[in-house]
Every structure is written in structure tokens, then in C-alpha cells.
Design a protein around this ligand. Sequence first.
Ligand code: PLP
Length: 394
Amino acid sequence: MSFQNPVFIPGPTNIPEVIRKACDMPTVDHRSPIFGRILHPVRENVRAVLKSESASVIVFPATGTGGWECAITNTLSAGDKVLMARNGMFSHKWIDMCRRFGLEVQVVETPWGQGIPADTFGAILAEDKTHTIKAVLATHNETATGVVSDIAAIRRAMDGAHHPARLLVDGVSSIGSMDFRFDDWGVDVAVTGSQKGFMLPAGLAIVGFSEKAKAAGATAGLPRCFFDIRDMEKGYQVNGYPYTPSVGLLNGLKMSSEMLLDEGLENVFARHRRIATGVRAAVEAWGLKLCAESADVQSDTVSAVMTPLGTEVVGQAASVYDMAFGVGLGEVAGKLFRIGHLGNLTDAMMLSGLATAEMCMADLGMDITLGSGVAAAQKVYARGRTETAKKEAA
Ligand SMILES: Cc1ncc(COP(=O)(O)O)c(C=O)c1O
């Protein structure tokens, strides 16, 4: 069993060495100014990654699921109506959580493989003249299907209907890897976790709140204690938490958010787009289809490749080649395998993943020509001779 290979699950993602080292630190007093020198830059940097001027960034010792809970309990009351689409396992699970908290969920059933239907949302909101719908909840990137939804279009639909509902967005597998515009899209709460675009181990729920969302907290009636952002903000004012923070992970988040901002967000997004385009070229060369039904919804962080041997491909990769891909979840279990391509990834790492996927599929008797997907991706990744090489050759 080797730990040398990169993972190609759609999170947790590969952890860069510098981030591992940043997490590994001596104990510091988490109620001291020393801790503040970690906490405050983290909040500033994450706000920049969200592309927001004013969002309040709160970081919990939890995971993305805790972030979902934080988003709803701080803004809603039992019996409140919310609007959501079910188009994959993660939207399904957030719907389930809302129901368990006593919210009334109007679900727009959407084929797994399609994005959130903004037009349908617009029509529903326009009909809701008395504004019984208090929030629209959207999963930006459905990690189960490799489908990205158009949050700007949802905002336009909400504004077009002149509806005051708040917009709560799950950006767990998009934030830090694909463009996310908290301010431009009028997002009220954004949720992510540490283990995807931020390239850290799981263990932090990272949430951004707009002023409007924070104001809703004054009357929100759902029970909240651990995830109460009011306690957290009080703590932040004196460099502390209402409980014991995960200092090492926060120090890692300081490092990873600096890395994203140093690379430049647009460069990070372009890298993900290029790597994803190579993966899509490989899938086409294999003669296979993606779960994402059309090009406009294909995710730049995860590709779900349709094959009835999906689970076997993942098993073969793990047991024979020490490489991890993602299995199908929920409705698409056994119908696909997922290639995660987010976080700390290079073209060369991706080629190793595609080469291994090819070997697994060929091993299982699928009609795959070894090298076909790799060659297709290489054509996307090859960037010609560098300027230096050209000068040397001249
Ligand atoms: C889109 C999305 N939302 C929510 C979650 C849940 O996050 P966690 O597993 O960190 O609780 C995940 C996990 O993969 C996800 O991909």
C-alpha cells in the first residue's frame, strides 16, 4: 500500500507539504493576541476568496455539514418555507437536514445531471406574492454528479420576481477552485469546508454571512448553540472562540488562503478549468459520457463518468494501483465513477490519474485503448515551447 500517489476523490484533496507543516505547530494560547495573528488574517483572506468586501467569515471546528446547519439555524425559524432543487446527493442531504429542523421545503425535483432550474425558481418566487418563502438554498457544485449551477442566474430570478428571500449557497466543492462571487451574486450565506479548495484536512466549517443574513439572526428561532454566530463574533472581538478552536487547522487555513491569493484567484480558476478540460477530453476519447448533461453545467472540480462498472473501476484503482477515485452516490450509485480534480493539482498529476483510470477500465474488459485519454488530455495541457527554450534554440 503506497501513500505516494495523489488522490482523485473530490475531497478531501491533496495537501501541499507547506500546508501540512503549517498545521503542525506547537500549542498556543487560543485566548491571546498570538492566536489573533492567525484568526484575523484567516477571516480577511477567506473574505477575499469569497470575493466579498463585507461578509463576516466565521470558522467552526466542524465540516461542511456543520456549515449547512450553521446557515439555516442562524437565519430561519421552524415552519419557515425554503425553496430548493434536488439534483444530487448533496442537495438531497441538505433538504433532509432542513426537514429535520422543521422547515417546510418546496423541492424542485431536477434530473441528476442537470443544474438548478433558475427559471422555475423565478416562476415559483413570482407566484409567492405574500413572500412565504424565506430562503432559497442552492448547491453551487453538486459533487455527486459533477454539475455546476448558475448562482448568478438564481440571483437574477430572485430579483426579477422582486422576492426578498435570502440566498444560502453551498460552495463546499467550488469555493477556492471555481469562481464564486459573494457580493456580485447577492449571496447571504456561503458555506464551505476545509478539505476541498482550501487543501486542508477535514475539520473546519467555513461560512460567510451578509449583513442581511446576520440581521435575520435576531429573529431566527431555530435552536442553535455550538453554531451560534453571535457567540462566535463576540469571541472574535477578543481574539478567541466561545470554545476551543482547532488552532493548527486555522494556521493551515491561513497558509492555504495566502497560497490561493498569491497564485491569484483567476489563475487558480484557470488552472482548474484547464485541468478539467483535459479530463473531459479524455472522457470523450474513451467514448464515455459525463453525468453532467450539457457543457454549460460541467464542473471544473469533479467529473462523474458514466459506466455501469463505476464501482469496480474505483475498487480496481484502490486495490491494484493504490489510487483513489470517487464512487457513485445515491441515485447514481453503481452507474458512474468520479474523478476529483480540485485543489493542489498540476497537469502532470492529472495525467497520472487519467493513465490509471484507463488501466483500470481496460483491466475490467472495457473497450478502452490505453493512452487514448491521456493523449487527448496532453493535447489540452501541452503549451508549446517556453519563451526561454525558444530563445535558446534560436
Ligand atoms: C457539495 C457538498 N456539500 C456538502 C458536503 C458535506 O461536507 P462534509 O462532508 O465536509 O460535511 C459535501 C461533501 O463532500 C459536498 O461535496
